[in-house]
Write a new protein. Structure first.
Length: 432
């Protein structure tokens, strides 16, 4: 009889344990995402002060940091290289496979954070959002293991989605990203787990950072006819540019012959050369905008463009070059934030064909088009931009720009970028 009396409470406790693990993981990753964001801002501010006092220092500093970070990543923490999102995708496909463990270990996650911060200190064009996804998934896995709760694909996907929500303060985008990119089959149980993790991480973000809008509330609006015309123009331009970026980045990692193969065989020397490209472009555009046009995430300049401010028309092209060079190095760092900046610069170029009052709205269309062209995730692109700008009035042009960009980009790079980048991390038998 005593055994029967305790059987039901024990069963109830076991059923509750996965929810406790999900909540605990989401709380922990929400705090970690905020701390990572603040550290990134501090490091980028330090770099800006260094460059302001000594404008030519990046010619030496940037390649040196590229070399050190790339060497350390290649030799000590290979699972920490690149964006972080491909690692989460690969781990979610085979969570129980032994080779997946390093992808989401806390050792790898901490190396990813340190490497990303170091790259920002060198002025590299990286974002913290992709690394936050890998960090968040690793924290979610660690909490589940500590509480002896089985780790399945749902746990990994929920952690990654919550990372997106916490990084941008965009909970809906976190859910959309889980549906569109991280999960190949989105079932009801997984949906509930993702939404629980995203909601908790979002509440932590709100509690620590306040109810902020990532790029500030949009104030410019465009009549529907010119807005749709601008959306089509930005969609084509963003799809072309984003498709080229994705094709070069995904193709570079698969070519082992010719001059590309020779470069890939010397990753440290390649990193030095790519770092020098970033430094030269950054120094050359240093006086063309506040804080320089090509350094870091480009957040400040992008926010200004969305509010209707003016900057040099070289912003988009310069950011494209430095973002591609940084990504090709394989050093830790995301492409989310740099892609949004490149897209805003692209929209600025398109906006020269429209009245000046439309510049902020067209920059937003360019931002969503290029982002969709790079990631081939139009739903995520629309939701994330709407949440980051608090703009609902442009919903139809935003969808048009994203869908056109997705289709144009697919002609240049048929395979989605993150899926292509996940191949080297996948378990044997899941490489394609």
């Amino acid at each position: 009889m005593p055994t029967r009396q305790f059987r039901k409470p024990l069963a109830a406790a076991r059923n509750l344990q996965p929810r406790i693990a999900a909540l605990g993981g989401a709380l922990a990753l929400g705090i970690a995402a905020i701390l990572f964001a603040r550290a990134g801002e501090a490091v980028q501010g330090l770099f800006t002060r260094i460059v302001t006092a000594h404008p030519l220092v990046p010619i030496v500093l940037t390649p040196a940091i590229f070399v050190v970070v790339t060497w350390a990543t290649r030799t000590r923490w290979p699972a920490a290289r690149g964006s972080g999102i491909p690692q989460v995708m690969a781990a979610a496909e085979a969570p129980d496979h032994p080779v997946m463990a390093p992808l989401l270990s806390m050792r790898t996650a901490l190396a990813k954070v340190a490497g990303t911060l170091a790259m920002l200190l060198g002025g590299a064009s990286v974002g913290r959002e992709g690394p936050t996804v890998q960090l968040s998934a690793a924290i979610m896995v660690a909490v589940h293991k500590a509480l002896r709760v089985p780790v399945g694909a749902g746990v990994i996907i929920a952690g990654g989605a919550a990372g997106v929500a916490a990084a941008f303060n965009t909970p809906l985008a976190g859910v959309a990203f889980a549906i569109e990119e991280l999960a190949s089959a989105f079932e009801q149980r997984l949906a509930l787990l993702v939404m629980l993790a995203v909601m908790t991480a979002g509440l932590v973000s709100l509690g620590l950072s306040g109810d902020y809008i990532y790029f500030g509330a949009m104030s410019q609006h465009v009549p529907i006819v010119p807005a749709m015309v601008a959306a089509l123009g930005c969609g084509v331009a963003g799809g072309l540019a984003g498709g080229v970026f994705a094709r070069v980045l995904s193709g570079f990692g698969t070519i082992d012959h010719g001059w590309i193969g020779a470069l890939r065989a010397r990753p440290v020397a390649l990193a030095a050369g790519l770092g020098l490209i970033v430094a030269v472009v950054g120094v050359a555009t240093q006086g063309l905008g506040p804080g320089g046009l090509a350094w870091g995430t480009g957040y400040g300049t992008t926010r200004g463009l969305l509010s209707g401010a003016e900057t040099s028309l070289w912003f988009g092209p310069a950011k494209f070059v430095t973002s591609l060079a940084t990504a090709l190095s394989g050093a830790p760092g995301g492409i989310f934030a740099p892609s949004l900046s490149v897209g805003a610069g692209l929209g600025q170029l398109v906006s020269t064909l429209f009245p000046p009052d439309y510049s902020g709205a067209v920059a937003m269309l360019g931002m969503i088009a290029y982002f969709a062209g790079v990631t081939r995730a139009p739903l995520t692109a629309v939701i994330i931009v709407m949440e980051m700008t608090a703009d609902r009035a442009m919903i139809l042009p935003l969808f048009a720009a994203a869908l056109v960009a997705d289709q144009v980009s697919a002609q240049i790079c048929p395979e989605k970028l993150y899926h292509a980048l996940s191949h080297p991390f996948r378990a044997p038998g899941k490489a394609h």
